[in-house]
Design a protein around this ligand. Structure first.
Ligand code: F6P
Length: 555
Protein backbone atom coordinates (compact mmCIF):
# COMPACT_ATOMS: atom_id res chain seq x y z
CA UNK A 1 0.00 0.00 0.00
CA UNK A 2 1.38 3.39 -0.92
CA UNK A 3 1.30 5.84 1.94
CA UNK A 4 0.66 9.54 1.51
CA UNK A 5 3.66 11.84 1.48
CA UNK A 6 4.90 13.53 4.61
CA UNK A 7 4.76 17.27 4.14
CA UNK A 8 8.46 18.11 4.51
CA UNK A 9 7.68 21.69 5.45
CA UNK A 10 5.91 20.59 8.63
CA UNK A 11 8.82 18.54 9.97
CA UNK A 12 11.14 19.57 12.79
CA UNK A 13 14.04 19.17 10.41
CA UNK A 14 12.53 21.75 8.04
CA UNK A 15 12.17 24.14 10.97
CA UNK A 16 15.82 23.51 11.87
CA UNK A 17 16.85 24.16 8.27
CA UNK A 18 14.80 27.36 8.22
CA UNK A 19 16.60 28.53 11.34
CA UNK A 20 19.98 27.63 9.90
CA UNK A 21 19.06 29.56 6.77
CA UNK A 22 18.21 32.61 8.88
CA UNK A 23 21.74 33.13 10.11
CA UNK A 24 23.46 31.52 7.15
CA UNK A 25 26.56 33.34 5.95
CA UNK A 26 28.56 30.96 3.83
CA UNK A 27 32.29 31.52 4.09
CA UNK A 28 34.18 28.77 2.32
CA UNK A 29 37.48 30.63 2.81
CA UNK A 30 37.23 30.52 6.60
CA UNK A 31 35.52 27.13 6.65
CA UNK A 32 38.53 25.65 4.90
CA UNK A 33 41.13 27.74 6.73
CA UNK A 34 39.72 26.89 10.17
CA UNK A 35 39.00 23.24 9.50
CA UNK A 36 41.80 21.19 7.91
CA UNK A 37 39.54 18.11 7.99
CA UNK A 38 36.78 19.70 5.92
CA UNK A 39 37.77 18.24 2.55
CA UNK A 40 38.16 14.70 3.85
CA UNK A 41 35.05 14.88 6.04
CA UNK A 42 32.86 15.93 3.14
CA UNK A 43 34.37 13.62 0.54
CA UNK A 44 32.58 10.33 -0.09
CA UNK A 45 33.05 7.32 -2.29
CA UNK A 46 30.48 5.23 -4.11
CA UNK A 47 31.86 2.39 -6.23
CA UNK A 48 34.43 4.12 -8.50
CA UNK A 49 33.09 7.61 -7.89
CA UNK A 50 35.04 10.00 -5.68
CA UNK A 51 32.67 12.78 -4.69
CA UNK A 52 33.86 15.95 -2.99
CA UNK A 53 31.05 17.97 -1.38
CA UNK A 54 33.42 20.15 0.64
CA UNK A 55 33.05 23.10 -1.75
CA UNK A 56 29.27 22.90 -1.36
CA UNK A 57 27.58 25.34 1.00
CA UNK A 58 27.37 22.77 3.73
CA UNK A 59 28.25 22.64 7.41
CA UNK A 60 28.06 19.84 9.95
CA UNK A 61 24.86 21.32 11.44
CA UNK A 62 23.30 21.63 8.06
CA UNK A 63 24.19 18.11 7.08
CA UNK A 64 22.69 16.84 10.33
CA UNK A 65 19.46 18.75 9.63
CA UNK A 66 19.29 17.42 6.07
CA UNK A 67 19.79 13.87 7.31
CA UNK A 68 17.05 14.42 9.87
CA UNK A 69 14.83 15.66 7.06
CA UNK A 70 15.50 12.46 5.09
CA UNK A 71 14.52 10.46 8.12
CA UNK A 72 11.39 12.48 8.86
CA UNK A 73 10.06 12.25 5.29
CA UNK A 74 10.78 8.51 5.20
CA UNK A 75 13.39 8.48 2.44
CA UNK A 76 14.69 5.02 3.32
CA UNK A 77 11.29 3.38 3.49
CA UNK A 78 10.27 4.95 0.17
CA UNK A 79 13.56 3.77 -1.36
CA UNK A 80 12.96 0.27 -0.03
CA UNK A 81 9.41 0.34 -1.39
CA UNK A 82 10.76 1.25 -4.82
CA UNK A 83 13.41 -1.47 -4.75
CA UNK A 84 10.82 -4.04 -3.64
CA UNK A 85 8.52 -3.27 -6.56
CA UNK A 86 5.70 -1.49 -4.73
CA UNK A 87 3.53 0.64 -6.98
CA UNK A 88 5.16 3.93 -6.05
CA UNK A 89 4.28 5.36 -9.47
CA UNK A 90 0.86 6.16 -8.12
CA UNK A 91 -0.79 8.01 -10.99
CA UNK A 92 0.01 5.16 -13.38
CA UNK A 93 -0.36 2.46 -10.70
CA UNK A 94 3.00 0.92 -11.55
CA UNK A 95 6.08 -0.42 -9.88
CA UNK A 96 9.29 1.53 -10.56
CA UNK A 97 11.96 -1.02 -11.20
CA UNK A 98 14.71 0.24 -13.46
CA UNK A 99 16.99 -1.16 -10.74
CA UNK A 100 15.75 -4.66 -11.64
CA UNK A 101 17.22 -4.22 -15.14
CA UNK A 102 20.69 -4.40 -13.69
CA UNK A 103 20.25 -7.12 -11.07
CA UNK A 104 22.59 -10.08 -11.57
CA UNK A 105 21.03 -13.26 -12.99
CA UNK A 106 21.43 -14.93 -9.60
CA UNK A 107 19.10 -12.41 -7.92
CA UNK A 108 15.38 -12.76 -7.50
CA UNK A 109 12.75 -10.04 -7.25
CA UNK A 110 9.10 -10.99 -7.05
CA UNK A 111 6.82 -8.22 -8.30
CA UNK A 112 3.06 -8.61 -8.45
CA UNK A 113 3.56 -12.36 -7.99
CA UNK A 114 6.28 -12.88 -10.64
CA UNK A 115 10.06 -13.03 -10.34
CA UNK A 116 11.14 -10.41 -12.88
CA UNK A 117 14.84 -11.29 -12.98
CA UNK A 118 14.63 -14.33 -15.32
CA UNK A 119 12.67 -12.30 -17.90
CA UNK A 120 15.20 -9.45 -17.67
CA UNK A 121 18.06 -11.85 -18.37
CA UNK A 122 16.18 -13.68 -21.14
CA UNK A 123 15.69 -10.38 -22.94
CA UNK A 124 19.31 -9.42 -22.36
CA UNK A 125 20.45 -12.76 -23.77
CA UNK A 126 18.27 -12.25 -26.86
CA UNK A 127 19.58 -8.70 -27.32
CA UNK A 128 23.19 -9.79 -26.81
CA UNK A 129 22.84 -12.65 -29.34
CA UNK A 130 21.39 -10.22 -31.86
CA UNK A 131 24.13 -7.65 -31.18
CA UNK A 132 26.77 -10.34 -31.71
CA UNK A 133 25.23 -11.37 -35.03
CA UNK A 134 25.23 -7.78 -36.28
CA UNK A 135 28.77 -7.15 -35.01
CA UNK A 136 30.18 -10.30 -36.58
CA UNK A 137 28.47 -9.76 -39.92
CA UNK A 138 26.40 -12.90 -39.55
CA UNK A 139 23.21 -10.80 -39.66
CA UNK A 140 22.77 -9.92 -43.32
CA UNK A 141 20.57 -7.40 -45.06
CA UNK A 142 18.12 -8.48 -47.75
CA UNK A 143 20.77 -8.34 -50.48
CA UNK A 144 23.18 -10.47 -48.47
CA UNK A 145 25.47 -7.67 -47.27
CA UNK A 146 26.52 -7.16 -43.67
CA UNK A 147 25.22 -4.21 -41.63
CA UNK A 148 27.44 -1.16 -41.46
CA UNK A 149 25.05 1.47 -40.07
CA UNK A 150 22.50 1.14 -37.29
CA UNK A 151 19.88 3.90 -37.13
CA UNK A 152 18.00 4.19 -33.85
CA UNK A 153 14.61 5.83 -34.28
CA UNK A 154 13.16 7.01 -30.97
CA UNK A 155 12.61 10.14 -28.92
CA UNK A 156 12.91 11.20 -25.27
CA UNK A 157 14.04 8.26 -23.20
CA UNK A 158 14.12 6.10 -26.32
CA UNK A 159 16.79 8.37 -27.79
CA UNK A 160 18.59 10.49 -25.21
CA UNK A 161 20.10 7.61 -23.24
CA UNK A 162 21.30 5.60 -26.25
CA UNK A 163 22.76 8.62 -28.03
CA UNK A 164 24.41 9.99 -24.89
CA UNK A 165 26.00 6.62 -24.06
CA UNK A 166 27.02 6.01 -27.69
CA UNK A 167 28.87 9.32 -27.65
CA UNK A 168 30.35 8.77 -24.18
CA UNK A 169 31.66 5.31 -25.01
CA UNK A 170 33.09 6.20 -28.41
CA UNK A 171 36.47 4.57 -27.63
CA UNK A 172 34.68 1.24 -27.08
CA UNK A 173 32.70 1.21 -30.31
CA UNK A 174 32.92 -1.41 -33.06
CA UNK A 175 35.22 0.21 -35.63
CA UNK A 176 33.14 -0.73 -38.66
CA UNK A 177 29.60 -0.06 -37.45
CA UNK A 178 28.32 3.47 -37.15
CA UNK A 179 25.15 4.37 -35.24
CA UNK A 180 22.94 7.31 -36.09
CA UNK A 181 19.94 8.56 -34.14
CA UNK A 182 16.75 10.03 -35.58
CA UNK A 183 14.47 11.60 -33.01
CA UNK A 184 12.89 14.86 -34.15
CA UNK A 185 9.77 14.97 -36.28
CA UNK A 186 11.43 17.89 -38.03
CA UNK A 187 12.04 16.15 -41.37
CA UNK A 188 15.51 17.67 -41.37
CA UNK A 189 16.55 15.09 -38.80
CA UNK A 190 15.61 12.07 -40.92
CA UNK A 191 16.78 13.85 -44.07
CA UNK A 192 20.23 14.50 -42.64
CA UNK A 193 20.68 11.16 -40.90
CA UNK A 194 19.64 9.11 -43.95
CA UNK A 195 21.88 11.12 -46.24
CA UNK A 196 24.68 9.04 -47.71
CA UNK A 197 23.48 5.75 -46.26
CA UNK A 198 23.46 2.55 -48.28
CA UNK A 199 20.08 0.87 -47.65
CA UNK A 200 21.59 -2.56 -48.26
CA UNK A 201 23.85 -2.16 -45.20
CA UNK A 202 21.52 -0.15 -42.92
CA UNK A 203 19.56 -1.55 -39.99
CA UNK A 204 16.82 0.43 -38.23
CA UNK A 205 16.06 -0.05 -34.55
CA UNK A 206 12.63 1.46 -33.85
CA UNK A 207 12.67 2.22 -30.13
CA UNK A 208 9.45 3.21 -28.44
CA UNK A 209 8.12 2.05 -25.11
CA UNK A 210 4.53 2.77 -26.17
CA UNK A 211 5.03 2.24 -29.91
CA UNK A 212 2.52 5.02 -30.40
CA UNK A 213 4.70 8.13 -30.27
CA UNK A 214 3.91 10.34 -33.25
CA UNK A 215 7.51 11.35 -33.93
CA UNK A 216 8.89 7.83 -33.80
CA UNK A 217 6.18 6.18 -35.86
CA UNK A 218 6.34 8.95 -38.47
CA UNK A 219 10.12 8.61 -38.71
CA UNK A 220 9.86 4.81 -38.82
CA UNK A 221 7.44 5.06 -41.75
CA UNK A 222 9.73 7.55 -43.50
CA UNK A 223 12.62 5.15 -43.01
CA UNK A 224 10.64 2.20 -44.32
CA UNK A 225 9.63 4.12 -47.45
CA UNK A 226 13.22 5.32 -47.94
CA UNK A 227 14.51 1.76 -47.61
CA UNK A 228 12.01 0.15 -49.95
CA UNK A 229 12.31 2.91 -52.58
CA UNK A 230 16.08 2.73 -52.49
CA UNK A 231 16.23 -1.05 -52.66
CA UNK A 232 13.97 -1.05 -55.72
CA UNK A 233 11.37 -3.46 -57.08
CA UNK A 234 13.64 -6.49 -57.30
CA UNK A 235 13.53 -6.89 -53.56
CA UNK A 236 10.66 -8.46 -51.65
CA UNK A 237 9.43 -5.68 -49.34
CA UNK A 238 8.27 -7.90 -46.46
CA UNK A 239 11.65 -9.64 -46.50
CA UNK A 240 13.43 -6.27 -46.62
CA UNK A 241 11.54 -4.98 -43.58
CA UNK A 242 12.32 -8.22 -41.77
CA UNK A 243 16.04 -7.90 -42.41
CA UNK A 244 16.37 -4.15 -41.92
CA UNK A 245 13.97 -3.33 -39.08
CA UNK A 246 13.96 -4.44 -35.48
CA UNK A 247 11.94 -2.92 -32.66
CA UNK A 248 12.18 -2.32 -28.95
CA UNK A 249 8.92 -1.80 -27.13
CA UNK A 250 6.58 -2.87 -24.36
CA UNK A 251 3.77 -3.00 -26.98
CA UNK A 252 4.76 -6.00 -29.08
CA UNK A 253 1.30 -6.19 -30.71
CA UNK A 254 1.79 -2.72 -32.18
CA UNK A 255 5.26 -3.71 -33.36
CA UNK A 256 3.69 -6.59 -35.33
CA UNK A 257 1.07 -4.21 -36.80
CA UNK A 258 3.91 -2.08 -38.14
CA UNK A 259 5.20 -5.12 -40.03
CA UNK A 260 8.21 -5.90 -37.89
CA UNK A 261 8.71 -9.61 -37.25
CA UNK A 262 7.99 -10.29 -33.54
CA UNK A 263 11.11 -12.49 -33.66
CA UNK A 264 13.04 -9.28 -34.21
CA UNK A 265 11.45 -7.39 -31.35
CA UNK A 266 12.92 -6.89 -27.90
CA UNK A 267 10.51 -6.28 -25.08
CA UNK A 268 10.61 -4.52 -21.76
CA UNK A 269 8.10 -3.77 -19.06
CA UNK A 270 5.76 -1.02 -17.93
CA UNK A 271 7.76 -0.74 -14.71
CA UNK A 272 10.63 0.82 -16.67
CA UNK A 273 10.07 4.54 -17.22
CA UNK A 274 11.19 5.91 -20.59
CA UNK A 275 13.84 8.14 -19.04
CA UNK A 276 15.12 5.20 -16.99
CA UNK A 277 15.33 2.78 -19.93
CA UNK A 278 18.80 3.06 -21.48
CA UNK A 279 19.76 -0.06 -19.52
CA UNK A 280 16.85 -2.06 -21.02
CA UNK A 281 16.60 -3.27 -24.62
CA UNK A 282 16.23 0.44 -25.48
CA UNK A 283 20.03 0.20 -25.40
CA UNK A 284 20.07 -2.22 -28.38
CA UNK A 285 21.92 0.20 -30.71
CA UNK A 286 24.42 0.80 -27.91
CA UNK A 287 24.85 -2.95 -27.32
CA UNK A 288 25.61 -3.38 -31.03
CA UNK A 289 28.10 -0.52 -30.89
CA UNK A 290 30.02 -1.54 -27.77
CA UNK A 291 29.26 -5.27 -27.66
CA UNK A 292 27.56 -7.43 -25.04
CA UNK A 293 30.56 -7.65 -22.74
CA UNK A 294 30.87 -3.89 -22.43
CA UNK A 295 27.09 -3.54 -22.13
CA UNK A 296 27.17 -5.98 -19.22
CA UNK A 297 29.90 -3.84 -17.59
CA UNK A 298 27.65 -0.80 -18.12
CA UNK A 299 24.83 -2.59 -16.25
CA UNK A 300 27.31 -3.62 -13.55
CA UNK A 301 28.12 0.04 -12.97
CA UNK A 302 24.45 0.90 -12.42
CA UNK A 303 24.10 -2.03 -10.05
CA UNK A 304 27.12 -0.98 -7.98
CA UNK A 305 25.47 2.39 -7.30
CA UNK A 306 22.08 0.75 -6.69
CA UNK A 307 23.74 -1.34 -4.00
CA UNK A 308 25.39 1.74 -2.53
CA UNK A 309 22.09 3.63 -2.49
CA UNK A 310 20.24 0.65 -1.01
CA UNK A 311 22.70 -0.24 1.71
CA UNK A 312 24.88 2.71 2.71
CA UNK A 313 23.81 4.69 5.77
CA UNK A 314 22.42 8.03 4.66
CA UNK A 315 25.30 9.95 6.24
CA UNK A 316 27.64 8.40 3.64
CA UNK A 317 25.11 7.71 0.93
CA UNK A 318 26.24 9.80 -2.03
CA UNK A 319 23.00 10.02 -4.07
CA UNK A 320 21.01 10.75 -0.91
CA UNK A 321 23.46 13.43 0.20
CA UNK A 322 23.52 15.08 -3.22
CA UNK A 323 19.73 14.99 -3.45
CA UNK A 324 19.38 16.50 0.01
CA UNK A 325 21.87 19.22 -0.83
CA UNK A 326 19.82 20.06 -3.91
CA UNK A 327 16.78 20.45 -1.65
CA UNK A 328 18.80 22.87 0.49
CA UNK A 329 19.77 24.88 -2.58
CA UNK A 330 16.30 24.92 -4.16
CA UNK A 331 14.15 25.45 -1.07
CA UNK A 332 16.39 27.47 1.20
CA UNK A 333 18.92 29.26 -1.03
CA UNK A 334 16.50 29.90 -3.90
CA UNK A 335 18.55 28.15 -6.57
CA UNK A 336 16.50 27.81 -9.71
CA UNK A 337 18.97 26.02 -11.91
CA UNK A 338 21.67 23.40 -11.55
CA UNK A 339 24.66 23.17 -13.86
CA UNK A 340 26.31 19.89 -14.85
CA UNK A 341 29.75 20.50 -16.28
CA UNK A 342 31.57 17.41 -17.50
CA UNK A 343 35.28 17.87 -18.12
CA UNK A 344 35.04 15.24 -20.80
CA UNK A 345 34.16 15.91 -24.39
CA UNK A 346 32.77 12.39 -24.52
CA UNK A 347 30.04 13.44 -22.08
CA UNK A 348 28.83 16.28 -24.28
CA UNK A 349 25.26 14.88 -24.33
CA UNK A 350 25.18 14.08 -20.61
CA UNK A 351 23.54 17.37 -19.53
CA UNK A 352 20.82 16.91 -22.20
CA UNK A 353 20.24 13.38 -20.95
CA UNK A 354 19.96 14.65 -17.37
CA UNK A 355 17.46 17.28 -18.43
CA UNK A 356 14.89 14.60 -19.22
CA UNK A 357 15.83 12.49 -16.22
CA UNK A 358 15.56 15.28 -13.69
CA UNK A 359 13.04 17.69 -15.18
CA UNK A 360 10.50 15.16 -16.50
CA UNK A 361 10.76 13.44 -13.12
CA UNK A 362 10.60 16.36 -10.71
CA UNK A 363 8.83 19.14 -12.62
CA UNK A 364 5.58 18.66 -10.71
CA UNK A 365 3.12 20.80 -8.75
CA UNK A 366 1.02 18.00 -7.28
CA UNK A 367 2.09 15.40 -4.73
CA UNK A 368 1.56 11.68 -5.04
CA UNK A 369 -1.67 11.87 -3.01
CA UNK A 370 -3.11 14.47 -5.41
CA UNK A 371 -2.63 17.47 -3.12
CA UNK A 372 -0.64 20.56 -4.08
CA UNK A 373 3.07 20.64 -3.33
CA UNK A 374 4.00 22.67 -0.29
CA UNK A 375 7.27 24.08 -1.56
CA UNK A 376 9.17 24.61 -4.80
CA UNK A 377 10.11 21.51 -6.76
CA UNK A 378 12.53 20.80 -9.60
CA UNK A 379 15.40 22.79 -11.01
CA UNK A 380 16.39 23.59 -14.54
CA UNK A 381 19.33 21.32 -15.29
CA UNK A 382 21.72 22.52 -17.93
CA UNK A 383 25.35 22.43 -18.92
CA UNK A 384 28.04 21.88 -21.51
CA UNK A 385 31.44 20.29 -21.30
CA UNK A 386 34.34 22.23 -19.85
CA UNK A 387 36.39 23.98 -21.01
CA UNK A 388 33.97 25.14 -23.73
CA UNK A 389 31.52 26.40 -21.11
CA UNK A 390 34.26 28.46 -19.47
CA UNK A 391 34.38 30.61 -22.60
CA UNK A 392 30.63 30.93 -22.82
CA UNK A 393 28.49 31.03 -19.69
CA UNK A 394 30.81 30.63 -16.68
CA UNK A 395 30.91 34.43 -16.31
CA UNK A 396 27.37 34.27 -14.90
CA UNK A 397 28.24 31.42 -12.54
CA UNK A 398 31.28 33.34 -11.23
CA UNK A 399 29.91 36.85 -10.98
CA UNK A 400 26.16 36.76 -11.61
CA UNK A 401 23.54 37.44 -8.96
CA UNK A 402 22.07 33.93 -8.71
CA UNK A 403 23.11 30.82 -6.83
CA UNK A 404 23.90 28.11 -9.37
CA UNK A 405 25.03 24.87 -7.78
CA UNK A 406 27.31 23.13 -10.27
CA UNK A 407 28.49 19.54 -10.57
CA UNK A 408 31.96 19.23 -12.06
CA UNK A 409 32.79 15.77 -13.45
CA UNK A 410 36.28 14.63 -14.48
CA UNK A 411 38.36 11.52 -15.05
CA UNK A 412 41.94 10.80 -14.02
CA UNK A 413 42.73 9.08 -17.31
CA UNK A 414 41.98 10.53 -20.73
CA UNK A 415 40.45 8.58 -23.58
CA UNK A 416 43.00 10.18 -25.91
CA UNK A 417 46.31 10.76 -24.11
CA UNK A 418 47.75 13.38 -26.42
CA UNK A 419 50.85 15.43 -25.74
CA UNK A 420 51.74 18.82 -27.13
CA UNK A 421 55.44 18.61 -28.01
CA UNK A 422 55.60 21.58 -30.32
CA UNK A 423 57.72 23.79 -28.03
CA UNK A 424 60.44 21.26 -27.41
CA UNK A 425 58.98 20.04 -24.14
CA UNK A 426 56.13 17.56 -23.97
CA UNK A 427 52.95 18.79 -22.30
CA UNK A 428 50.27 16.27 -21.33
CA UNK A 429 47.15 18.02 -22.64
CA UNK A 430 44.87 16.10 -20.27
CA UNK A 431 46.77 17.68 -17.39
CA UNK A 432 46.16 21.13 -18.80
CA UNK A 433 42.50 20.19 -19.10
CA UNK A 434 42.33 18.94 -15.51
CA UNK A 435 44.12 22.04 -14.26
CA UNK A 436 41.09 23.94 -15.55
CA UNK A 437 38.72 21.56 -13.76
CA UNK A 438 40.53 22.07 -10.45
CA UNK A 439 40.94 25.81 -10.99
CA UNK A 440 37.28 26.48 -11.69
CA UNK A 441 35.92 24.95 -8.50
CA UNK A 442 38.66 26.71 -6.55
CA UNK A 443 37.79 30.08 -8.12
CA UNK A 444 34.09 29.55 -7.51
CA UNK A 445 34.63 28.57 -3.88
CA UNK A 446 37.22 31.09 -2.78
CA UNK A 447 36.88 33.94 -5.26
CA UNK A 448 39.21 36.90 -5.26
CA UNK A 449 39.00 39.75 -2.78
CA UNK A 450 39.29 43.46 -3.49
CA UNK A 451 42.66 43.48 -1.66
CA UNK A 452 43.94 40.79 -4.00
CA UNK A 453 42.65 42.68 -7.00
CA UNK A 454 44.29 45.95 -5.79
CA UNK A 455 47.54 44.14 -5.06
CA UNK A 456 47.73 43.36 -8.77
CA UNK A 457 47.85 47.10 -9.51
CA UNK A 458 44.30 47.27 -10.83
CA UNK A 459 43.00 50.86 -11.31
CA UNK A 460 40.55 51.67 -8.53
CA UNK A 461 37.57 52.29 -10.81
CA UNK A 462 37.57 48.69 -12.07
CA UNK A 463 38.43 46.94 -8.82
CA UNK A 464 34.85 45.92 -8.04
CA UNK A 465 34.30 44.56 -11.54
CA UNK A 466 37.26 42.25 -11.00
CA UNK A 467 36.30 40.95 -7.56
CA UNK A 468 35.00 37.38 -7.29
CA UNK A 469 32.76 36.90 -4.28
CA UNK A 470 33.40 33.16 -4.01
CA UNK A 471 31.02 30.93 -2.00
CA UNK A 472 29.59 29.57 -5.23
CA UNK A 473 28.74 25.95 -4.54
CA UNK A 474 30.27 23.10 -6.51
CA UNK A 475 30.41 19.34 -6.22
CA UNK A 476 33.41 17.60 -7.77
CA UNK A 477 32.91 14.08 -9.06
CA UNK A 478 35.96 12.14 -10.20
CA UNK A 479 36.52 8.59 -11.42
CA UNK A 480 39.56 6.74 -12.75
CA UNK A 481 38.34 6.73 -16.38
CA UNK A 482 35.15 6.97 -18.41
CA UNK A 483 34.50 3.25 -18.84
CA UNK A 484 31.12 1.60 -19.50
CA UNK A 485 30.90 0.77 -15.80
CA UNK A 486 31.66 4.32 -14.70
CA UNK A 487 29.07 5.70 -17.13
CA UNK A 488 26.48 3.34 -15.62
CA UNK A 489 27.52 4.55 -12.17
CA UNK A 490 27.08 8.19 -13.12
CA UNK A 491 23.63 7.61 -14.58
CA UNK A 492 22.48 5.63 -11.54
CA UNK A 493 23.89 8.33 -9.26
CA UNK A 494 21.66 10.96 -10.88
CA UNK A 495 18.66 8.62 -10.97
CA UNK A 496 18.85 8.25 -7.20
CA UNK A 497 19.57 11.94 -6.60
CA UNK A 498 16.39 12.67 -8.55
CA UNK A 499 14.48 10.09 -6.52
CA UNK A 500 15.71 11.56 -3.23
CA UNK A 501 14.50 15.03 -4.14
CA UNK A 502 11.15 13.64 -5.30
CA UNK A 503 10.63 11.91 -1.96
CA UNK A 504 11.35 15.08 0.03
CA UNK A 505 8.90 17.00 -2.15
CA UNK A 506 6.32 14.22 -1.90
CA UNK A 507 5.93 13.91 -5.67
CA UNK A 508 5.58 11.00 -8.06
CA UNK A 509 8.88 11.29 -9.95
CA UNK A 510 7.84 8.57 -12.39
CA UNK A 511 4.88 9.95 -14.30
CA UNK A 512 4.99 12.71 -16.96
CA UNK A 513 1.47 13.98 -17.52
CA UNK A 514 2.88 17.40 -18.33
CA UNK A 515 3.92 16.30 -21.79
CA UNK A 516 0.44 15.16 -22.82
CA UNK A 517 -1.48 18.38 -23.49
CA UNK A 518 0.87 19.65 -26.19
CA UNK A 519 0.78 16.24 -27.91
CA UNK A 520 -3.06 16.23 -27.94
CA UNK A 521 -3.28 19.78 -29.24
CA UNK A 522 -0.80 19.06 -32.04
CA UNK A 523 -3.10 16.33 -33.31
CA UNK A 524 -6.13 18.63 -33.05
CA UNK A 525 -4.39 21.57 -34.75
CA UNK A 526 -2.85 19.52 -37.53
CA UNK A 527 -5.82 19.85 -40.00
CA UNK A 528 -5.72 23.64 -39.58
CA UNK A 529 -2.05 23.68 -40.53
CA UNK A 530 -3.00 21.79 -43.70
CA UNK A 531 -5.68 24.36 -44.57
CA UNK A 532 -8.86 23.17 -42.85
CA UNK A 533 -10.52 26.49 -42.12
CA UNK A 534 -13.16 25.21 -39.70
CA UNK A 535 -10.41 23.78 -37.45
CA UNK A 536 -8.42 26.99 -37.89
CA UNK A 537 -11.37 29.12 -36.74
CA UNK A 538 -11.66 27.11 -33.53
CA UNK A 539 -8.18 28.22 -32.42
CA UNK A 540 -7.36 31.25 -30.28
CA UNK A 541 -6.60 34.40 -32.28
CA UNK A 542 -2.85 34.20 -31.76
CA UNK A 543 -2.69 30.62 -33.05
CA UNK A 544 -4.98 31.54 -35.97
CA UNK A 545 -2.68 34.38 -36.94
CA UNK A 546 0.46 32.22 -36.70
CA UNK A 547 -1.10 29.49 -38.86
CA UNK A 548 -2.25 32.11 -41.35
CA UNK A 549 1.31 33.45 -41.56
CA UNK A 550 2.58 29.92 -42.18
CA UNK A 551 0.04 29.28 -44.93
CA UNK A 552 0.83 32.56 -46.63
CA UNK A 553 4.59 32.01 -46.62
CA UNK A 554 4.76 28.29 -47.31
CA UNK A 555 5.84 27.76 -50.92
O1 F6P B 1 7.96 12.87 -23.61
C1 F6P B 1 7.10 11.95 -23.08
C2 F6P B 1 7.59 10.55 -23.25
O2 F6P B 1 6.57 9.71 -22.85
C3 F6P B 1 8.87 10.24 -22.50
O3 F6P B 1 8.67 9.99 -21.16
C4 F6P B 1 9.37 9.09 -23.27
O4 F6P B 1 10.72 8.83 -22.97
C5 F6P B 1 9.14 9.57 -24.68
O5 F6P B 1 7.90 10.25 -24.61
C6 F6P B 1 9.12 8.53 -25.74
O6 F6P B 1 8.09 7.59 -25.52
P1 F6P B 1 8.07 6.19 -26.23
O7 F6P B 1 9.32 5.45 -25.84
O8 F6P B 1 6.83 5.52 -25.76
O9 F6P B 1 8.06 6.42 -27.72
Amino acid sequence: MTRGPVDATTTDAWKALTELRGGFEPDLRSWFADDPGRASRFTFEAADLFVDLSKDLITDDLLAALLALAEQVGLESRRDAMLAGEHINVTEDRAVLHTALRLPASASLVVDGTDVVPAVHETLAKMYAFADRVRSGEWKGVTGERIRTVVNIGIGGSDLGPVMAYEALEPFRHPEIECRFISNIDPTDAGQKLKGLDPATTLFVVSSKSFSTLETLTNARLARTWLLDALGDDVDSAEAVKKHFVAVSTALDKVADFGIDPENAFGFWDWVGGRYSVDSAIGTALAIAIGPERFAEFLGGFHAIDEHFAKTPLAQNVPALMGLLNVWYVNFLDAQTHAVLPYSQLLHRFPAYLQQLTMESNGKSVRWDGTAVTTDTGEVFWGEPGTNGQHAFYQLIHQGTRVIPADFIAFANPAYPLADASDGQSIDVHELFLANFFAQTQALAFGKTDEQVRAEGTPEHIVDARVFSGNRPTTSIMAPALTPSVLGQLIALYEHITFTQGVVWGIDSFDQWGVELGKQLAVQISPAVSGDMSTARQQDTSTQSLIAYYREKRQ
